[in-house]
Design a protein around this ligand. Structure first.
Ligand code: JFZ
Length: 442
């Protein structure tokens, strides 16, 4: 419920979604790859034979892990099997159109040789930049790169979660200059990047400084026109995050969908949005022991489909090992999703909400701006009859399946604007797609 009652200096600066070419491109991409890679891949959720139960990239905050020992892990960072061209090939084969890489997670370790920090790859045995070759390799495959950047920085003495004293305020002032310097440096070093994926913005120090997040966002977008920044960077002057105190989205898309997805169209208020998803329950960085439920490729495909059907992007996270290779479970999912995308990606690319009444068999996805509506069938009814109810004044011009031998005969008219599509083969091992060409009745 948008109420424009409060005058805000640092609230949303735009009503509705961006319509420029960069954002239109982002909106058409729909499938992304997230990569969490850093020093946390070295312990991989274990320290001195003990297993950490939290997310692997948070192991530094575990009481069993001496922080000094964690901070010295940079002396072991040496991913001798890092092949960015292979990463990019795998991502491309999966069907990812963009990727997000952790340039710096909460621990502060920089995967690029930042001139503003000593705590970088340059000080590690690896010595070399990780980010530059990655950006080049992915771009060569036509994949856009976004830079994850944590505002929380456990390595910077000036970083504060809260400002309790004038000394804290002075330190944080210096920290903000440092943040701005690092972000400027990243854009200067990697000019082809399409945006930043900010994180670690929930502390009081940050959210009580809406003016700074506002100025920073505007500064970055002046420096790099078209740059895409999600809502997680921002707070307004009253400390409201993502949405300002008048309930308007700040930033370019809603960035709060984290290991959960919207259920229905009303949940996203017409805003651009992106969901980020882990394969296990809650592990972003590499954890040697995955426990709990591990999502299958079909589950991830269904989430991708659901996201596209609700006008959002879906980003699957991977946590490479410290040597620079991916665990087999992740490789397998990339390949299986890629296999599915090779047949069905036309249902995903440029997909958006079709505006049709939801049916139990799955999801409708409209190719944005067209009369093509894809039915992605995830739950096959035992009757073999897929119910399709068209909106008023719409007729069915053509029905085809993307894979052969799925539909039997022609659709059966069973009521006004309502059909059964009969299936030939009821048993399927993955979601399958039927394309409806619709037209408006005169
Ligand atoms: C953050 C990080 O702490 C985590 O390590 C990972 O990088 C993830 C992508 O982002 O974790 C969050 C941030 C926000 C929410 C949950 C976890 N949230 O809004 O629910």
């Amino acid at each position: 419920s948008i109420k424009d009652t409060l005058p805000l200096e640092h609230g949303a600066h735009r009503i509705g979604n961006r319509t420029d070419a960069d954002m239109t491109r982002w909106r058409s991409q729909r499938l992304g790859q997230f990569i969490h890679w850093g020093l946390y891949a070295i312990p991989g959720g274990e320290w001195k034979g003990k297993t950490y139960n939290g997310a692997a990239e948070w192991i530094r905050s575990w009481k069993e892990m001496p922080q000094q020992e964690y901070d010295n892990l940079y002396k072991q960072f040496n991913p001798v099997n890092y092949r960015p061209e292979e990463w990019a090939q795998q991502a491309s084969d999966m069907g990812a159109k963009y990727m997000i890489i952790t340039t710096k997670h909460h621990d502060g370790f920089c995967l690029w040789p930042s001139k503003y920090s000593k705590y970088t790859v340059a000080a590690s045995p690896w010595k070399k930049d990780i980010i530059g070759p990655m950006v080049d390799a992915y771009n060569k495959k036509g994949i856009d790169v976004y830079l994850y950047f944590s505002i929380i920085d456990w390595n910077q003495p000036d970083w504060r979660a809260a400002l309790k004293t004038p000394a804290d305020a002075a330190a944080y002032q210096r920290f903000k200059v440092f943040v701005k310097n690092q972000l400027t440096e990243l854009l200067q070093r990697y000019p082809t990047v399409k945006g930043f994926w900010f994180d670690g913005t929930w502390d009081d120090s940050w959210k009580n400084d809406g003016a700074f997040s506002d100025e920073l966002e505007q500064y970055l977008q002046r420096l790099h026109p078209g740059l895409i920044i999600g809502s997680r960077l921002r707070a307004d002057e009253k400390g409201a995050r993502h949405f300002d105190s008048n309930s308007r989205l700040m930033g370019d898309y809603e960035q709060g969908w984290e290991r959960k997805l919207p259920e229905k169209s009303a949940d996203v208020h017409g805003n651009d949005w992106e969901g980020v998803m882990t394969i296990p329950e809650n592990q972003w960085g590499y954890n040697a022991k995955w426990t709990g439920h591990i999502k299958s490729s079909n589950e991830l495909i269904e989430m991708l489909v659901k996201s596209a059907s609700l006008g959002g992007n879906f980003v699957i996270n991977f946590g490479p090992k410290s040597d620079g290779t991916f665990r087999t479970e992740e490789v397998q999912r990339m390949q299986e999703i890629g296999h599915w995308m090779k047949i069905n990606s036309s249902a995903i690319d440029g997909g958006t909400d079709a505006g049709f009444a939801k049916q139990d068999w799955g999801y409708y996805i409209r190719k944005s701006g067209t009369d093509s509506v894809y039915m992605v069938v995830c739950n096959v009814p035992v009757s073999g009859n897929l119910r399709v109810k068209l909106p008023a004044q719409t007729t069915l011009a053509n029905v085809t399946s993307l894979e052969k031998n799925i539909i039997s005969g022609t659709p059966e008219l069973i009521g006004k604007n309502e059909y059964f599509i009969h299936l030939d083969h009821k048993s399927q091992d993955a979601p399958f797609v039927i394309l409806l060409q619709t037209s408006k009745e005169n």
